[in-house]
Design a protein around this ligand. Structure first.
Ligand SMILES: CCC[C@H](O)CC(=O)SCCNC(=O)CCNC(=O)[C@H](O)C(C)(C)COP(=O)([O-])OP(=O)([O-])OC[C@H]1O[C@@H](n2cnc3c(N)ncnc32)[C@H](O)[C@@H]1OP(=O)([O-])[O-]
Length: 704
């Protein structure tokens, strides 16, 4: 899987052959061993160029091999042999040089790269570290601070950035392999590995640990680079191997690698009606209308403009429109500066007239979350837009099928549920109704991809996947507080698990009035009432009672926590809340008990997971990967835990079932603790690997 040819008389050209990304599988590694040996021993070869076939240098080690028995020659001695070769070896980098691919290039004596190529060491995002010499060679080449940044974040660089940092010797816009051959012909033999004077960076470990939220790979990456700074090369390499060995078999590495593949699985969407990603062709879209320029509409406008689309942004209130225009310009400016790209914005046209969207190919409605308002708007859009214009709603929970029924062409209606801030958050839920055409789903998915989103296609139900699962999670947290926990106890347990914020800090940030409005719309709120049973099930009025006191969270300076001032972010425990809770429990006849972090995690997470099984059973999500990517990219579920469904598979489905049964016995009035029948089916099928759940879900129930 690597070929050697002789070009320009004396250059041995080694091509890696393993489409699509020339991953370093066992066969490729063997191919490199053989071709390097032949090139080095051929007296007619004076220098060597290594490149990848089909415009990609190398995507790194073959991640698919990690799950099984590793065979074939290991990378470290191969790269050491290349580095020690007495003929100059040049890497010709096109497309990507990532992970082991960049480590291969670092072992070469020179690197020539295409300007648009992507270079990086993303192993940390797979729960690993660059263990083929990357943690030792990169700091020696570019210094400790720059190497730490690249290795602990896994971020990609362009060829131009790599040149600036000193990772590559030359950047070209011409044919990279030809440039590398020319370069190889011009250099004398010898190696240019630069041995920088390295020193440790104080304080890095503390910073990395804090932002890792419990992930172990970033910490190991720092330890490995510290070894480069303090130990001779050979000992540093040994340390790199030891640290890799601890990461390689860890649950976190398995979870992160599952996320890598799941992200790709969800792009291959399918729906119960039989429509699929590979048989549904998206409609070309160049011009999009956005209706409603509140927080969501502004973010969506920015995300569309950054993706290079023409946008017609409509806000019928003149003053609100002016404010939005100003805000969008600022957001675009800041994002362009951060990304180092030139400012876009001239392709946005603002209007106060709905008719301005008459000629767009797709409309995204982002008005207030009010069904009557949306119904009216969809009726109007259906009349004034072109007959084949796709009408999408950014609703976070309303019935897409009902909205579709307001239009002349219900097959052209889908949900595009963005997450705030829409130009930053990676997740997009694409919601299809029973009547949505496959092309409408494919078009929304493709548009999400162009906007750099992880798009997940889901079925229509109240709250879709993400918000529907959030309900039991948030409710359990409130029940725990009624029973004796404090918001701090609940939040601490969830943050130690890896969430960036616990339930209560998160609610304070997004505003307690948001959930209050939703509960009011569902007829659950009874002002001034303390009853704990509503609509036939357990209910906690705590959130409503706080809102009645004007405690809306950060924006009012008090909510579940106390803040220095309105808008401040520093949450302090609130003595008022403590006495309020004591009084509440006394009036309800509740005897406060000690609640530990295990109970917090089990009740909140298993309730969330259980709803995930219901969603799978109903076919709202096609597979566990869809749910997991929604939670990882949209709800801060720790990526190193793989997502809620993967986490359940790691805990053990029988254990999750048994704990749900236990809690359901204690709390028979909480329906979301009643174990899902799919969970029971999976347990009775022997708790198969998560990759097999789709088969079991599709199996007729009677066969079990
Ligand atoms: C000793 C340890 C040494 C070392 O330090 C460890 C490593 O190197 S760890 C590795 C560090 N390297 C990384 O983390 C880089 C991971 N890769 C990427 O970031 C992107 O794939 C890349 C940017 C290369 C191309 O993006 P794109 O053009 O949008 O294309 P795409 O993303 O859609 O992928 C196309 C297909 O290729 C598949 N596949 C891809 N890479 C690998 C792989 N390494 N392996 C196996 N398969 C891989 C991918 O699943 C997909 O398959 P399918 O069946 O068609 O769904």
């Amino acid at each position: 899987m690597a070929a050697l040819t002789r070009v320009s008389g004396s250059v041995g050209l080694i091509s890696l052959l393993n489409p699509p990304v020339n991953a370093l599988s066992a066969a490729v590694r063997q191919g490199i061993v053989d071709t390097v040996r032949r090139a080095v021993s051929d007296p007619q070869v004076k220098s060597v160029v290594i490149c990848g076939q089909n415009g990609v240098f190398c995507g790194g080690a073959d991640i698919k091999e990690f799950g099984g028995h590793m065979s074939g020659p290991p990378l470290v001695p191969i790269f050491n042999t290349i580095e020690a070769a007495d003929k100059p070896v040049v890497a010709a980098i096109e497309g990507s040089a990532l992970g082991g691919g960049l480590e291969l290039a670092l072992a070469c004596h020179y690197r020539i790269t295409q300007s648009k190529a992507r270079l990086g060491l993303p192993e940390v995002s797979l729960g690993l570290l660059p263990a083929a010499g990357g943690t030792q060679r990169l700091p020696r080449l570019i210094g400790v601070p720059a190497a730490l940044d690249l290795i602990t974040t896994g971020r990609h660089l362009t060829g131009a950035e790599a040149l600036k940092l000193g990772i590559v010797d030359q950047v070209t816009d011409q044919n990279t392999v030809e440039a590398a051959v020319k370069f190889a012909l011009s250099i004398p033999s010898g190696c240019n590995i630069c041995r920088l004077h390295l020193s440790e960076r104080p304080g890095v470990m503390q910073r990395v640990k804090k932002s890792a939220h419990g992930a172990i790979a970033p910490v190991a990456c720092v330890q490995a680079v510290q070894a480069a700074a303090t130990l001779p090369f050979t000992q540093g390499m040994q340390r790199e191997q030891e640290l890799m060995a601890t990461l390689f078999g860890s649950g976190q590495a398995r979870a992160l690698q599952y996320c890598f593949f799941s992200q790709r699985v969800v792009s291959k969407w399918s729906s119960p009606s039989g429509s699929r990603w590979d048989t549904s062709k998206p409609k070309p879209v160049t011009k999009v209308g956005v209706i409603g320029l509140g927080t969501m509409g502004r973010g969506i406008t920015v995300a569309l403009a950054l993706a290079g689309l023409s946008v017609v942004a409509v806000e019928t209130q003149q003053q609100q429109m002016m404010a939005a225009q100003h805000a969008v310009s600022g957001m675009l400016e800041r994002t362009a500066r951060r990304r180092g790209v030139s400012l876009v914005g001239d392709q946005i046209r603002y209007s106060v007239e709905l008719e301005a969207v008459a000629d767009v190919e797709l409309v995204i409605e982002a008005v207030f979350e009010d069904m009557a308002l949306k119904e009216k708007l969809f009726k109007q859009l259906s009349t004034l837009c072109k007959a084949d214009t796709l009408l999408c709603s950014n609703t976070s929970s309303l019935d897409i099928d009902h909205l579709a029924s307001q239009t002349h062409s219900p097959q052209l209606v889908v949900g595009m549920h963005f997450f705030a801030p829409a130009h930053v958050m990676k997740l997009l839920e694409v919601v299809y109704g029973p009547r949505s055409a496959p092309q409408a789903v494919a078009t929304a998915m493709e548009l999400g991809k162009r906007m750099g989103k992880v798009s997940v296609a889901v079925g229509n139900c109240s709250g879709f996947v993400g918000n529907r699962m959030l309900m039991p999670y948030v409710e359990e947290a409130s029940f725990l507080v009624e029973e004796g926990a404090s918001p701090e106890i609940v939040d601490r347990a969830l943050e130690e698990f890896g969430f960036p914020m616990g339930v209560f800090r998160m609610s304070d940030l997004s505003g307690l009035d948001v959930g209050w409005k939703v509960r009011k719309a569902r007829g659950l709120v009874e002002p001034g009432q303390m009853s704990r049973v509503r609509q036939g099930r357990r209910y906690s009025p705590l959130g409503d009672l706080l809102c009645e006191q004007g405690r809306f969270g950060q924006k009012t300076g008090r909510g579940w926590y106390l803040y220095d001032s309105a808008g401040s972010r520093e949450a302090q425990p609130d003595p008022w809340l403590q006495s309020f809770l004591e009084e509440y429990r006394a009036r309800q006849g509740l005897v406060s008990r000690r609640i530990d972090s295990q109970e917090v995690l089990e009740r909140c997470l298993y309730a969330l997971i259980n709803e995930g099984f219901n969603i799978l059973q109903e076919g709202i999500a096609a597979g566990p990967e869809d749910i997991d990517m929604i939670y990882v990219f949209g709800y801060g579920f720790p990526r190193h835990r793989g997502g809620p469904m993967f986490y359940a598979s790691q805990v053990g489905l029988a254990q999750v079932l048994q704990r749900l049964e236990h809690y359901q016995q204690l709390h028979p009035d909480i329906p979301h603790l009643r174990p899902s029948s799919l969970l029971r089916r999976l347990v009775s099928s022997g708790s198969p690997r998560i990759q097999r759940w789709r088969e079991i879900i599709r199996m007729p129930h009677s066969s079990l």
